[in-house]
Design a protein around this ligand. Structure first.
Ligand SMILES: Nc1nc2c(ncn2[C@@H]2O[C@H](COP(=O)(O)OP(=O)(O)OP(=O)(O)O)[C@@H](O)[C@H]2O)c(=O)[nH]1
Length: 342
């Protein structure tokens, strides 16, 4: 199969140990729309799945040349994905049009994203369309209290699937949802029992290509409230009073990521740059996906919206920096919401 300039979407499924990743995959993969999905699992002992490619990826983390601690590369993942491409081009494997990667329950998903986005070959053939994170309703609070990995996973999610809601009390589910919204205001939260969810709910068509769905939903647009937050992890949602100068904004963002990229876990934006439609911005730490220029706004709200999820950066630093830059940006930042440490 040839895709021209189209990149094949990669979905990363992560979530703390036992939170239901495999259950989800087993439920999703027989769906007709996902029949041409290649699956990579970075744990041993997984059962092979009919009609799908199953690769087992040894975890191996190396430092990039620059010595950046957060930009680790999974060498084996690069090899497996490159091999898949080669085999696909030679027609020796069944056609695949999507990749799902199930990361181990203790993994920080960011290196997987970095690996694909930073590899000179892979970045031309694959795009990260969605990071799904499963959160166990029964144990979710405990994981978030005690396991930094769980916090990292939730912080980076595009969609959070709250699993095992059949086993948890309504009060626990509600408080967990509130906590998850605080940790990651831009993620959509769905309740999923035993992995039963329609692919169309997860993989909504997205003209932006990267970052499935609107990167900013209603939760990110709530009025400003000071809320408790996980230690060291903070988020800020903001808008601007006028359209942004896109070049100046890109310069500001590059400067921020150069200085503090290790601490910026996620950047998402739907930006008014004075064009008919918005620009979709989607970044993970040092890496910014190629911005997408949309023809139309998704709804009536045509204001810019920008969300940062950060570690050890005070949201006021972001506001102060943008304010100092406002003459170049052509717009003044307006705070919508910030979430501070617990
Ligand atoms: N009752 C109930 N059980 C669930 C649900 N989702 C998953 N389980 C069970 O939870 C257990 C762990 O699920 P897995 O899918 O293996 O979890 P995992 O995240 O892949 O686990 P690791 O590979 O250890 O990280 C299994 O026994 C599942 O059957 C759910 O929504 N409801």
């Amino acid at each position: 199969m040839h895709y021209g300039s189209n990149k094949r979407p990669v979905t990363v499924i992560t979530g703390f140990l036992g939170s239901g990743k495999t259950t989800l995959l087993n439920s999703l993969l027989p769906e007709p729309t996902l029949v041409h999905t290649a699956v990579l699992v970075n744990e041993y002992g997984k059962v092979g799945l009919d009609h799908h490619l199953l690769r087992q990826v040894e975890e191996q983390t190396i430092l990039l040349g620059g010595g950046c601690l957060c930009c680790t590369v999974r060498d084996d993942l690069v090899k497996v994905l490159r091999d898949l491409l080669n085999q696909d081009q030679q027609g020796v494997i069944p056609v695949f049009d999507r990749i799902m990667i199930e990361s181990s329950g203790l993994a920080d998903p960011a290196p997987i994203l970095f690996t694909i986005l930073s590899d000179p070959v892979l970045q031309h053939h694959f795009s990260i369309d969605l990071v799904i994170v499963t959160v166990d309703s029964v144990n979710g609070h405990l994981h978030l209290d005690r396991q930094p990995e769980s916090l990292k996973q939730v912080s980076i999610a595009d969609k959070i699937l709250l699993t095992k809601t059949d086993l948890a009390s309504p009060e626990t589910i509600d408080s967990l949802k509130m906590r998850l919204r605080t940790l990651n205001p831009s993620a959509e939260i769905l309740e999923v029992i035993s992995g039963k969810v329609q692919p169309s709910v997860l993989f909504r068509p997205n003209p932006a290509g990267a970052g499935n769905g609107n990167p900013l939903d209603g939760r990110a647009k709530r009025p400003y409230t000071e809320q408790s937050h996980a230690p060291g992890t903070r988020s800020i949602s903001l808008t601007f009073d006028h359209p942004l100068d896109w070049t100046a904004f890109g310069l500001w963002l590059s400067m921020l990521l150069h200085a503090r990229g290790e601490d910026v876990l996620r950047v998402k934006g739907l930006l008014d740059v004075g064009e008919e439609g918005p620009v979709v911005l989607n970044g993970v730490q040092h890496i910014i996906h190629p911005p997408q220029h949309l023809k139309d706004w998704p709804d009536q709200d045509h204001r810019s919206h920008l969300v940062f999820i950060m570690r050890d950066i005070d949201p006021t630093e972001i506001m102060n920096s943008l304010s100092a830059f406002q003459n170049f940006l052509g717009a003044q930042p307006v705070l919508l919401e910030t979430n501070m440490s617990l």
